[in-house]
Design a protein around this ligand. Structure first.
Ligand SMILES: Nc1nc2c(ncn2[C@@H]2O[C@H](COP(=O)(O)OP(=O)(O)OP(=O)(O)O)[C@@H](O)[C@H]2O)c(=O)[nH]1
Ligand SMILES: [Mg+2]
Length: 347
């Protein structure tokens, strides 16, 4: 390696003084570096907190997510001196920049705003997985002093859910013409949102969709607190505070109408998750998820390096000849990778 090339630690320092190129480089490393670069970059940002408010914005293609984020960002800039980042993550797109998502981002009216940072991420074979890369990027944005991040994701696959779950607040954007409430329930949409934005209020059917959504939420109070659902029984049981009912906000992003109400709803949710009893549980839960995620990555890397060095051959032969079951073969591998590990807590 070039001795004069900046180290990852130097990039992080540069990020902290507002250097956008360094921030971009760091995110690129997290997104598409080799295993060592990803590990170095993740470690370098690990002790930084996320920005104060990470807002996941998700919903069907064409619902107006990007238009809405542009509009809300403009409102935040006008009302405060906050720095806002827009991170568009598309797990299905292998290439940054060249992706459609990147093209749309480049059209943003805010791309020349000094207090705004806009970036898209795809999964260009990131060795740690896209959710881990996005999580690192959020820490890098925290290091760089951003207050608010809008995290745009498309679709509802597992990777998108993992990404949305990084956010403090998830805003699901809905538009008229996407079926009835039975379908909404089936699609698991009620469980996915902290706040609903019914966009395209300039269309006549939008007001009706808002009413239908509110009814569906009222009829399914148990399904509609994403934070507690996400925590699962074990963690949720530790929290006995007030319940959150997702508000439904009608707005027109294209006409720039009623975005203030949506911002207020998002902020109210941030305050909700900030109550100490809940934020402690959430913090613990996130740490557990982060450790499990990292363990999965490490395990995958170890398994893959074993596959390369030929040490799997004997097990594979035994499995192919029917001497051992698939389960037993997998266990041989698990035990072998365990032997590689060290425990820094109990040496
Ligand atoms: N009528 C109307 N059109 C809107 C509104 N908001 C966005 N649109 C239009 O909807 C289309 C899609 O908007 P985008 O912001 O690109 O939607 P998106 O959800 O980000 O789309 P993907 O990133 O492809 O999933 C564009 O033609 C927008 O101009 C709105 O409030 N009213
Ligand atoms: Mg978009």
């Amino acid at each position: 390696m070039d001795a004069t090339a900046p180290t990852v630690a130097e990039w992080v320092s540069a990020c902290q003084t507002g250097n956008r190129r360094a921030l971009s480089r760091l995110i690129t490393l997290l997104e598409s570096g080799d295993a060592k670069q990803v590990a170095d970059a993740s470690n370098a940002v690990a002790h930084f907190e996320f920005p104060r408010h990470v807002i996941g914005v998700t919903g069907p293609p064409g619902a107006g997510k990007s238009t809405l984020i542009d509009y809300l960002t403009g409102l935040v800039l006008r009302a405060s001196d906050k720095h806002v980042a827009i991170l568009a993550v598309d797990p299905s797109s292998p290439f940054t920049g060249g992706a459609l998502l990147g093209d749309r981002i480049r059209m943003s009216s805010l791309r020349n705003e000094p207090r705004v940072f806009i970036r898209s991420m795809g999964s260009r074979g990131a060795s740690g997985g896209i959710a881990a890369a996005a999580s690192g990027a959020l820490r890098a944005l925290g290091a760089a002093g951003f207050d608010t991040v809008f995290l745009e994701t498309v679709g509802a696959g597992q990777s998108e859910i993992d990404i949305a779950n990084l956010a403090h607040t998830v805003c699901v954007v809905q538009v008229p013409g996407f079926g009835d409430e039975v379908q909404l329930m089936k699609m698991g949409i009620l469980e996915a949102a902290d706040v609903f934005a019914v966009n395209k209020a300039d269309k006549p059917e939008a007001a009706e969709l808002k009413v239908r959504l509110e009814l569906a939420i009222a009829e399914n109070p148990d399904a509609s607190c994403r934070v507690l659902k996400q925590l699962g029984k074990k963690f949720a049981a530790q929290f006995t505070g007030t319940h959150w009912t997702p508000p439904v906000v009608l707005l027109s992003s294209a006409r720039q109408e009623n975005g203030e109400a949506l911002l207020a709803a998002l902020e109210a949710h941030r305050t909700f998750v900030d109550q100490p009893a809940l934020s402690d549980v959430l913090k613990k839960y996130r740490a557990v998820r982060a450790i499990i995620g990292q363990a999965e990555n490490t395990f995958r890397q170890r398994v893959e390096s074993r596959a390369d060095d030929g040490s799997l051959d004997e097990t594979t032969t035994a499995y192919l000849s029917g001497t051992i079951s698939l389960d037993a073969a997998a266990n041989v591998l698990i035990r072998a990778t365990n032997a590689d590990s060290i425990n820094p807590i109990r040496k």
